[in-house]
Write a protein that binds this ligand. Structure first.
Ligand code: IDP
Ligand code: MG
Length: 168
C-alpha cells in the first residue's frame, strides 16, 4: 500500500513520460499506392511497438463514428466517402508519448504544409488525399483504439530491444 502510493507520487513528480497507444490508419490512397510497408517501416524504425493491425473495409457507421467531430463541415461528406472508398490498414502503435511522436512523423494535415521527411510531405500533395490518420491527443488515442479494436485484438508484449529504445 505505502509502496504503491510512493510509486504514484514518484511518477507524478519525476517524469512527464506516459505510455500511450495511438491509432494509425493507412487510408485508402496509401493502400492503393502500395505504401503500407513504407508507413510500417517508419514507425518500426523509430522504435514504436506494434500492438495491433488489421486490413479492413471501413463501414459507413465506423467512418461516421470515427469522424464525428467533423460532421457538418464542408469536407465531411467527401471525407466519409474517401475513407470508405477502399480498404485501409488499421494499426495501434505504442510508446512513451506515442501520440505526439506519431503525429510528428505523419506531418501536418495539409501535405503541402508538412515538413520534409514526414509521411504526408514525402508522399502527398492534397489535404483530401493525405494518406494517413493518427490520433491527435492521448484521450483521442484511447477513444479511437477502443472504437477500432476489441480488447482481445490488442497484444500486450515486450521486445528484447525495448531497453535500447526506452530509457525508462
Ligand atoms: P488530421 O487527420 O491531421 O487529424 P483533421 O483536421 O482531424 O486532420 O481532419 C481529418 C481529415 O479530414 C484530414 O486528415 C483530411 O483527410 C480531411 N480534411 C481535413 N480538412 C480538409 C479540407 O479542408 N478538405 C478536404 N479534406 C479535409
Ligand atoms: Mg484529426
Amino acid at each position: 500500500m505505502t509502496l504503491s502510493l510512493l510509486a504514484m507520487i514518484k511518477k507524478i513528480f519525476s517524469e512527464e513520460i506516459s505510455v500511450e497507444r495511438t491509432l494509425v490508419l493507412v487510408k485508402p490512397d496509401g493502400v492503393q499506392r502500395g505504401l503500407i510497408g513504407e508507413v510500417i517501416a517508419r514507425f518500426e524504425r523509430r522504435g514504436l511497438r506494434l500492438v495491433a493491425a488489421k486490413f479492413m473495409q471501413v463501414s459507413q457507421s465506423l467512418a461516421e463514428a470515427h469522424y464525428a467531430e467533423h460532421k457538418g463541415k464542408v469536407f465531411y461528406d467527401g471525407l466519409i466517402s474517401y475513407i470508405t472508398s477502399a480498404p485501409v490498414m488499421a494499426m495501434v502503435w505504442e510508446a512513451n508519448n506515442a501520440v505526439a511522436a506519431v503525429r510528428q512523423t505523419v506531418g501536418s494535415t495539409k501535405p503541402a504544409e508538412s515538413a520534409p521527411g514526414t509521411i504526408r510531405h514525402d508522399f502527398g500533395l492534397e489535404v483530401g488525399r493525405n494518406l494517413i490518420h493518427a490520433s491527435d491527443k492521448p484521450e483521442t488515442g484511447e477513444r479511437e483504439v477502443a472504437l477500432w479494436f476489441k480488447k482481445e485484438e490488442l497484444v500486450d508484449w515486450a521486445r528484447d530491444i525495448d531497453k535500447w529504445v526506452f530509457e525508462k
